[in-house]
Design a protein around this ligand. Structure first.
Ligand code: ZN
Length: 221
């Protein structure tokens, strides 16, 4: 069954979820913690629709394949087709904001990076993208004022702000649309701030986003 994006007011989005277009290293402090250079153009990758699961259900990633890292990210729901969009067009096509986890098999990814191979099996596996409900957007928000957090067992591990992104949202979405046509139901992940780490089994997670999104979920034992 295809995942259908839903809004916090109970409305279902009229299109099934499509691809998830992601950016790596969009926060300088996170690039630094993984010893990666800060890029001068966005480092893009895609998670397929099959990687998306409901963030409200217990997370059950493949722990048997090595370290699973959490990365909390601001998620944008695309409402219109975008190809070679301007920043204005890109900004106006966003119809919802939510939160997602870009789950990463870090050991697997490190080995792939060393060999210069693609990352897909480390980032695009089934369950690799737990996704929240979306706050509906009726107008373009002040992206710089957005803030989000991740707590694990009551302790804050990640705190991100729109203002700290290397590539601001309108520019990022426009750039993505130069490489991949974005369609209604596609989701954009905007990168993770510092504080990534191993996802502990059995943990309780709490995620918040300014504007009223608050999620409590868990990780399987
Ligand atoms: Zn990420």
């Amino acid at each position: 069954m295809r995942f259908v994006p839903q809004f916090t007011d109970g409305q279902e989005f009229p299109h099934a979820l499509g691809k998830v277009v992601c950016v790596g290293r969009n926060y300088a402090d996170h690039a630094k913690e993984l010893d990666n250079p800060v890029p001068n153009e966005p480092l893009l990758f895609i998670k397929p629709a099959t990687s998306v699961v409901d963030l409200n259900k217990p997370l059950d990633p493949p722990f048997s394949r090595g370290d699973v890292h959490y990365e909390v990210e601001l998620a944008l729901l695309v409402g219109e087709t975008l190809t070679h969009a301007t920043q204005d067009e890109a900004e106006r096509a966003i119809v919802g904001i939510g939160l997602a986890m870009d789950l990463t098999l870090r050991d697997v990814q490190t080995q792939l990076k060393e060999k210069g191979h693609p990352w897909e099996i480390a980032k695009a596996f089934d369950g690799a993208c737990p996704l929240s409900l979306f706050l509906p957007l009726s107008r373009v928000p002040n992206w710089n004022a957005l803030a989000f957090t991740l707590e694990i067992d009551g302790e804050e591990r990640q705190h991100g702000e729109g203002a700290d992104m290397i590539f601001a949202i309108p520019m990022l979405v426009a750039e993505m649309s130069r490489h991949f046509t974005l369609e209604p139901g596609d989701v954009i992940l905007t990168g993770t701030p510092a504080g990534v780490g191993e996802l502990p089994r059995g943990a309780t997670l709490r995620l918040t986003l300014t504007g009223g999104l608050e999620i409590t979920t868990s990780v399987v034992e």
